[in-house]
Design a protein around this ligand. Structure first.
Ligand code: CA
Length: 238
């Protein structure tokens, strides 16, 4: 199974380190942020599989960070567990209504936290449990970094692999070139939007290279006029 990436957003260093130690030991790959602004940069750069989010942060609150992520279609599906010291039910309900998937009240045991993380990951990402994404005869294996069509490995470049992984994990949604750049290349890299088109062309070609499957998976990458691209097996609707 691919190692899950967890972003820990917590301003209290002692708590953050306690969580990190526990998650490292449990085999997660951790990133840390001390405030909402730093957290957003980490989300763009590292695409965590799950966010542990403290409610009370200096500057923007955890709740405001959730609101921002929910507005960004690329990030709106990342599961969030709120960490709250408050026993106030209203705040928990507000957190859940805003889009948090679960909450843990401080103080909590590392064991309880890890159990909640695992449960949420199982619930939100069943597709990636095995590190494999499939669509008909098309299969992407995240562990070996290979792509198969009708069980035959195809030639695919590293950038095209990442593009395909992104598309297969976010089906039936339209993304702008800029969003695709942020997600596949990372937010702090300067690359022209045209570069996306170049790699889309290569990916379409790569998905078309075998005659063993009558389906042209390259055609699933649809050009959305005025917007960007969408990956879907449904007929395009622009
Ligand atoms: Ca705090």
């Amino acid at each position: 199974m691919a190692v899950k990436k967890i972003l820990i957003v917590e301003d209290e260093l002692a708590i953050r380190e306690m969580i990190r130690t526990a998650l490292d030991m449990a085999g997660f790959h951790c990133f840390e942020a001390g405030d909402a602004h730093e957290a957003h940069i980490q989300v763009v750069d590292y695409k965590p599989d799950l966010i542990l989010l403290d409610w009370m942060l200096p500057g923007n609150s955890g709740l405001e960070l959730i609101r921002r992520l929910k507005r960004e279609s690329i990030h709106s599906n990342i599961p969030v567990i709120m960490l709250t010291a408050r026993t106030d039910e209203d705040n928990k309900i507000q957190g859940l209504n805003t889009g948090a998937d679960d909450y843990v009240t401080k103080p909590f045991s590392p064991r309880e936290l890890i159990a909640r993380i695992n449960a949420l990951l199982r619930r939100t990402a069943p597709d990636m449990e095995s590190g494999r994404l499939t669509m008909g005869g098309l299969e992407l294996d995240d562990n070996s970094h290979r792509v198969f069509i009708s069980d035959k490995a195809i030639d695919i470049g590293p950038t095209e692999f990442k593009l395909l992984r992104f598309f297969m994990a976010h089906r039936d949604r339209a993304f702008s070139r800029n969003q695709i750049l942020d997600h596949v290349w990372g937010g702090n890299v300067y690359i022209e939007e045209r570069t996306v088109d170049v790699h889309i062309r290569r990916l379409r070609k790569a998905l078309r290279q075998l005659g063993t499957d009558p389906v042209d998976y390259g055609s699933f990458i649809q050009t959305v006029r005025g917007t960007g691209y969408r990956f879907s097996e449904l007929a395009p609707q622009t």
